[in-house]
Write a protein that binds this ligand. Sequence first.
Ligand code: NAP
Length: 352
Amino acid sequence: MSANAKKRVGILGATGTVGQRVIHLLRNHPYFEVAALAASDRSEGKRFVEACNWKLPYEMPEAVKDIKVQAIKPPLDCDVVISSLPSDIALEVEGAFAAAGYPVISNSSSYRMHEDVPLVVPEINPDHLDLIAVQKKNRGYDKGYIVTNPNCTTIGLVLALAPLQQVFGLEAVMMTSMQAISGAGYPGVASMDIIDNVMPHIGGEEEKVEEEPQKIMGKLGAGKIEIAPFKVSAQCNRVPVQDGHLESVRVKLSKSATIEEVAAALSAFTGLPQELKLPTAPARPVIVRTEKDRPQPRLDRDAEGGMATVVGRISKDTIFDFKFTLISHNTVRGAAGAALLNAELLVAKGLL
Ligand code: NAP
């Protein structure tokens, strides 16, 4: 794709934790360029550099500094919208953009479980994008549509579950998370609550992790997803880590396997983004480490630019079949990078 054919991206929630990551990942992108930025009325009308409390350890790209922040309503001068709005307002706003003819790629939870909305991890279920046609028909959208990516805890988990489901079949999953504070946005959890502490509750998180994997790993039938039949039990905790969600996982498989076979299935996992060499695709979506004390947030969250799930400590479980620990970067693979990979897949499929 030549530079002057770049698609123009509008970012909703551009000043937020995920919005900033999207802006960072879009610098020098071969398919996309930032064209419009939108946020709350606190930011509206200001230059982005004045509105945004930039928190990434990289410079704010020059190209966005002077863009005037707009309201989160159509029209925006762009070809596609990437949304990272709080879920309570995303339902109305994303629906309005789709109805106004914009493809919307959403990080919010509002539409993820709607039957006619694809919930896509490109390595696992790129075929679910066929639901776009059903959605357009159901909702009377012309050119617009909504595609979602999963919750930041779900996505790290499903990248490890999908290879196991494909090779051995999956019966049941138990997952306990230790989630980073950046997952709560900015300013997020009060320092008085998280320093020297662990918060054993993240509103709505366990419910999302218990239902999203079965949709992502379900089969697309006649215009509808057949939800995969395995059960997930999740317990989610907030811990004093900046970025990266660590997850302790136990799985029950349909077929017997050895530790080596489980590790080999995880390491061998690739999908369409790798085949198509999409710009944001990690070469290895799942990396298996064999050291006793890995993965760790600080050492492993940035593997493959933050786009890989790193798995370690694979061993036999005394109640389920296997247990392991994984880490996934919540604002990259869990949000901004996931949305961008979906956008790249939509371009590759001629849907954008
Ligand atoms: P955040 O840091 O709190 O940012 C929220 C963004 O939304 C800001 O740009 C804010 O604009 C804007 N906003 C807030 N209220 C608004 C309103 N009433 N009208 C218009 N704009 C409004 O949150 P975040 O962490 O980026 O999360 C954004 C979304 O992504 C949420 O749905 C979250 O669940 C999801 N998500 C987050 C992560 C993560 O790791 N953080 C991962 C996956 C998914 P102002 O700056 O103008 O207030």
